[in-house]
Design a protein. Structure first.
Length: 155
């Protein structure tokens, strides 16, 4: 199978703080699958390092803002679209994306208050992948990946 994976989980130092989040179980996927690294925030043109961003719902709708209040929604959307395009071109059947991230988080993300509080929700890229039919799992739920791949329609 061909699987899109958050680049920071593979060891690329692309997080907002300039660090990586290498995950041995995710890296081991290389033994059985073809891996396509994606970092939606980098692909959207955001610098490394950068201020942390969170998704916030306000009077003007859902926006992605950094901790200084700068609206980075356009960069997040552009990066998500670029990551999805790379995954589609490569033929990715699924995606393993970093938990809790405003781009990559699936199901639980920080709540927009910059207080370390989690809430139900999806990162911009993870939601785009999901809606495009590419199932997403995070590194904390890798045990779900075999069932996800098994459930995919056969060509
Ligand atoms: Fe990792 Fe995704 Fe953030 Fe890039 S956008 S640093 S891949 S969590």
């Amino acid at each position: 199978m061909i699987i899109a994976v958050s680049a920071c989980l593979l060891g690329t130092p692309c997080r907002y703080d300039g660090a990586a989040r290498p995950n041995a179980a995710v890296q081991a996927l290389r033994e059985r699958h073809q891996i396509v690294p994606v970092c939606p925030e980098s692909m959207g043109g955001l610098p490394i390092p950068r201020l942390p961003n969170e998704i916030a719902v306000g009077a003007d709708g859902t926006r992605v803002i950094d901790s200084a209040g700068v609206d980075n929604t356009a960069a997040f959307v552009a990066g998500a679209q670029a990551a999805l395009e790379r995954a589609r071109r490569a033929g990715c059947a699924a995606a393993v994306l970093k938990s809790k991230s405003p781009s990559c988080g699936s199901g639980r993300i920080y709540d927009g208050t910059f207080t370390g509080t989690l809430a139900d929700g999806w990162g911009v890229a993870a939601a785009l992948f999901r809606d495009a039919g590419i199932p997403v799992v995070d590194e904390d739920h890798l045990e779900d990946l075999p069932d996800m791949l098994h459930a995919l329609p056969r060509e």
